[in-house]
Design a protein around this ligand. Structure first.
Ligand code: F3S
Length: 394
């Protein structure tokens, strides 16, 4: 591949991986079973990114393993409804077409594990979306570094990744124990916990893998919220949660312990709330992208109601299609809420378009404020829906 015998794009891809492996002292490459590529929104890629992708597609690059995409800058089938300009849409379609030419499956979602790209325990994979990487390493027990867009594409075109970081057993050991002394009920509790732990880890040198104790139980949806938040605020790619994640039993609690109290979670939530619901003009659920169970709950709450604020429901296209079949889409759209499949409230080009966002996601708060300059309000899942229909609490 490196000699160019398998085409220019494959050669370029292998050059990227060799350079990366050299920087991180990898001794070998490992085969990967799955790839997920981020940097799909034209809002992030720009002209230079589009040019790179077009060149790789023209150079004969073809994915050798199951490869899916992170959210794009718009709902591919519903852009007008979300107010996306035709100029942006044209560029975004060119990005998607370049990926399609490389045999990448153009489902755009940050929860690929909910829509068919689900690795198995112990699989080496190359994923780029930070929340999905944290989920895959921790909850599934697969092995992935946090890839960038180009290195994930390079892994897709070669079927390989350099063996360093999370691919090596020795780097998966916990560095610190975290004792959670609070009851966690809602997604936003898990998001707040991710923020508190993530910020603590950021302040400690060489400490990145926590062994978390005291969490009594967690749903898939709560673990996806937690993974997103921990990755956002701590740059963390792996956690172990006692009795809940598959590798936790391989390790003992660590001598060094930090505690997280109920008060810590309340403080984190108030730090993510600088707006008020009455003046908020944007509501979004689905960061990370929603499961069908979550969409079912939204449909139940919106049945016979009308929204009074712009309300985006973000999910992967295959999940949206299940919602269509089950009648949830009809109920949700009858309320005036909008599906935003393939995209999300962070990667869509909506900077400055709204005043304040109501969400249940700690990660969405971070980027809505930092990237899109919205005020934010974090609430439990159901209360976010009530905010959209103008009811404080049912
Ligand atoms: Fe996914 Fe967008 Fe959130 S990519 S994790 S919904 S910021």
């Amino acid at each position: 591949m490196l000699d160019g015998e398998q085409g220019k794009a494959t050669q370029k891809a292998m050059e990227i991986l060799v350079a990366l492996g050299t920087i991180y002292n990898a001794e070998r490459m490992v085969p990967v079973t799955s790839v997920q590529i981020a940097g799909v929104s034209y809002d992030n890629l720009g002209e230079a990114g589009l040019h790179f992708l077009t060149e790789m597609a023209q150079g004969g690059g073809r994915a050798r393993v199951l490869t899916t995409l992170n959210p794009a800058g718009m709902d591919i089938e519903n852009r007008q409804n979300l107010g996306i300009s035709p100029e942006f849409a044209e560029k975004q379609i060119q990005v998607i077409e370049a990926f399609a030419r490389m045999d990448v499956i153009t489902n755009c979602t940050c929860t690929p594990y909910l829509t068919g790209n689900e690795p198995e325990f112990g699989d080496h994979i190359a994923w780029a979306e930070s929340s999905a990487v944290c989920y895959a390493n921790s909850v599934i027990g697969a092995r992935s570094n946090r890839e960038g867009g180009p290195s994930a594409l390079a892994a897709a075109l070669t079927g390989r990744t350099p063996a360093y970081g999370m691919h090596l057993e020795e780097n998966r050991q916990p560095h610190i124990s975290v004792e959670v002394q609070a009851q966690l009920i809602e997604n936003d509790d898990f998001g707040a916990l991710g923020r508190v732990i993530g910020e603590q880890l950021q302040s400690m040198e060489g400490v990145s893998v926590p062994y978390i104790m005291g969490v009594k139980g967690a749903t898939l949806e709560q673990l996806k919220s937690f993974s997103a938040s921990l990755a956002t605020y701590g740059g963390t790619a792996l956690f172990h949660m006692e009795d809940l994640t598959p590798e936790a039993s391989h390790y003992e609690p660590q001598d060094r312990v930090i505690a997280v109290s109920k008060a810590d979670l309340s403080t984190a939530k108030s730090e993510m709330t600088d707006g008020d619901i009455a003046s908020a003009d944007f509501v979004s659920l689905g960061c990370p992208h929603l499961s069908i169970k979550e969409i079912a709950r939204i449909a139940e709450l919106l049945e016979g109601k009308q929204v009074i604020k712009e309300f985006w429901i973000t999910t992967g296209r295959p999940t949206k299609q299940i919602a269509d079949q089950l009648g949830y889409t009809e109920t949700i759209e009858a309320s005036g809420a909008k599906f935003a499949a393939d995209t999300c409230c962070v990667v869509a080009p909506i900077k400055g378009r709204f005043n304040a966002l109501v969400t249940d996601s700690a990660k969405a708060c971070y980027y809505a404020s930092g990237k899109n300059q919205f005020k934010t309000i974090i609430k439990p899942f159901d209360e976010v829906v009530y905010a959209a229909i103008g009811e404080e609490q049912a």
